[in-house]
Design a protein around this ligand. Structure first.
Ligand code: F6P
Length: 544
């Protein structure tokens, strides 16, 4: 059945009209009109608190956004995802990262088969292996303990593990070194391994497909690096390499034992895979118990998303507000600003999750969209960003909605640091919303010429997500919150959030160019004049 174009839906049209009224109002007025706005425009879900009162919305905006959710059948689509329907239509796949954190007794069928027992079998296999590495039962080829764990992967096979490792470092086994190699740039490999002892190093080759150029290149370099230390003794590979993949055949071709292969399934998208065996490095770092807490946290958010009324549903609210800011207030980006240093890689992780998912230009049935889809996500931890790009957020000409993320309790209490940190996050959201008027600036005695420079227009939207403490469970909730917010946006925009055809062209062109760079004889180049020129120039610079 063909879906009605989004812009023809009654709720979309009503929102377009409604925007005109909202645009005339300042957040100062919204707050003045409703003294309890700061308490009312909040929601709790799975222990996370969302304050969305500093968005340019009123009760009518929320009502219309919920109507839009109904008109696009968000409820039905949520049910379809959780049920295991093949909602990734261009790849004909189910989308079941939620099954990765489902309890043992859940039943979720793909093609008639309950996948939950397999999920738990792999979790047990991971736990057994992680425990053996952590207790020193699993040893290297020469009998030495594994002190270094190196994850080789890229995209979803890297960003989730590295983000989770950094986020949960506080809970990690500090006697071990964890490194993450992703880039095909040799510098990444060389720097990550230069101080490691191969006899104490375990490589986890993480790749859903086990064909990705970067990962395979790094995996082969790792094998060469290792075998050099073992004078070419191929047997050593078995004690120093394990694999995480859906492609068991390719893994054994590489020479990794089936017993040391951790599987997952095509219904786990790369960028949704950190709760699968792709999280093996995380589990070795923090231990199986903490890893299960991470899953339990994500599951709690899944349940909240699946069951809570839209008016109190965190991922639904966050997703709908992103649609509002993107399509009606024409914001082009979202800044994600964690006031928690351990979350320093969270914005990078979110970039793949959000932009690979919703960077789409056609609807599910292949029609060009006539509205903006996925905004650009970016960010840095606070307070660092305040001394760099916040100037533009406060006084620039663009509207940049911000998601502030903060925790009530620090993992590493230190003097006054945490109150200072939290004072800053609250102050930034306040300054963005309310700004400072010319009258206020003049009253402070600013010279007339400086007044316009010191004015803050305010009226700049933000959300604040406040949680108790960055635990493994809290991280699971936060990740699931954004996963589902991305889903909500994709449903409204009627796009396939689970494919990623946009990465293919560059991969194919690179494969074509490789022999042109490597050939000893001058290649016949058939690219455009710019690409031809760059290739010739590069060859010349290399003395070819
Ligand atoms: O090229 C994009 C992509 O397919 C991502 O979606 C994925 O996370 C990444 O590459 C890595 O893929 P793989 O896990 O198959 O190596």
């Amino acid at each position: 059945m063909k879906t009605k174009p989004l812009t023809t839906l009654p709720a979309w049209k009503a929102l377009t009209r409604h925007r005109q009224a909202i645009e005339k109002l300042h957040l100062r007025e919204f707050f003045a009109q409703d003294k309890r706005r700061g308490e009312r425009f909040t929601a709790e879900g799975a222990g996370l608190h969302l304050d969305y009162s500093k968005n340019r919305i009123n009760a009518e905006t929320l009502r219309l956004l919920r109507q839009l959710a109904r008109e696009t059948d968000l409820r039905g689509k949520i049910a379809a995802m959780f049920r295991g329907d093949k909602i990734n239509s261009t790849e004909n796949r189910a989308v079941l990262h939620t099954a990765l954190r489902a309890p043992r007794n859940a039943v979720i069928r793909v093609d008639g088969k309950n996948v939950v027992p397999e999920v738990h079998a792999v979790l047990n296999q991971m736990a057994d292996f992680a425990n053996r590495v952590r207790t020193g039962k699993w040893r290297g080829h020469t009998g030495r303990r594994i002190r270094n764990v190196v994850n080789i992967g890229i995209g979803g096979s890297d960003l989730g593990p590295v983000m989770a490792y950094e986020a949960l470092r506080h809970y990690s086994d500090r006697s071990r070194t964890f490194r993450f190699i992703s880039n095909v740039d040799g510098g990444d490999f060389v720097e990550a391994t230069r101080d490691l002892d191969p006899t104490e190093t375990l490589f986890i080759i993480s790749s859903k497909t086990f064909t990705t150029l970067e990962t395979m290149t790094n995996a082969h370099s790792a094998r060469t690096w290792l075998l050099r230390a073992f004078r070419g003794e191929a047997k050593a590979v078995a004690r120093h390499f394990v694999a995480v993949s859906t492609n068991a055949e390719k893994v054994s071709e590489f020479g990794i034992n089936r017993a040391n292969t951790f599987g997952f399934w095509d219904w786990v998208g790369g960028r949704y895979s950190m709760n699968s065996a792709i999280g093996l490095s995380t589990m070795i770092a923090i231990g199986p118990q903490h890893f299960r807490a991470l899953l339990a946290g994500a599951h709690a958010m899944d349940e909240h998303f699946r069951t809570a009324p839209f008016a109190r549903n965190l991922p639904v609210l966050l997703g709908l507000l992103t649609v509002w800011n993107t399509n009606f207030l024409h914001a082009e980006t979202v800044a994600v600003l964690p006031y928690e240093n351990y979350l320093k890689r969270f914005p990078a992780y979110l970039q793949q999750l959000t932009m690979e998912s919703n960077g789409k230009h056609v609807t599910r049935d292949g029609q060009a969209v006539n509205y903006a889809t996925g905004p650009i996500f970016w960010g840095e931890p606070g307070t660092n960003g305040q001394h760099s790009f916040y100037q533009l957020i406060h006084q620039g000409t663009r509207l940049i909605p911000c998601d502030f993320i903060a925790f009530a309790r620090p993992l590493t209490p230190l003097g006054r640091h945490h109150d200072l940190l939290l004072a800053n996050v609250f102050a930034q959201a306040e300054a963005l919303a309310f700004g400072k008027t010319a009258v206020e600036v003049k009253d402070e005695g600013a010279p007339a010429a400086l007044v316009p420079h010191k004015v803050f227009s305010g009226n700049r939207p933000s959300n604040t997500i406040l949680a108790d403490k960055l635990t493994p469970a809290a991280l699971g909730k936060l990740v699931a919150l954004y996963e589902h917010s991305v889903f909500v946006q994709g449903v409204i925009w009627n796009i396939d959030s689970f494919d990623q055809w946009g990465v293919e062209l560059g991969k194919i062109l690179a494969q074509r160019i490789v022999p042109e760079l490597e050939s000893r004889t001058t290649p016949k180049l058939k690219h455009d004049s710019s690409t031809n020129h760059l290739i010739r120039r590069y060859r010349k610079m290399k003395g070819k």
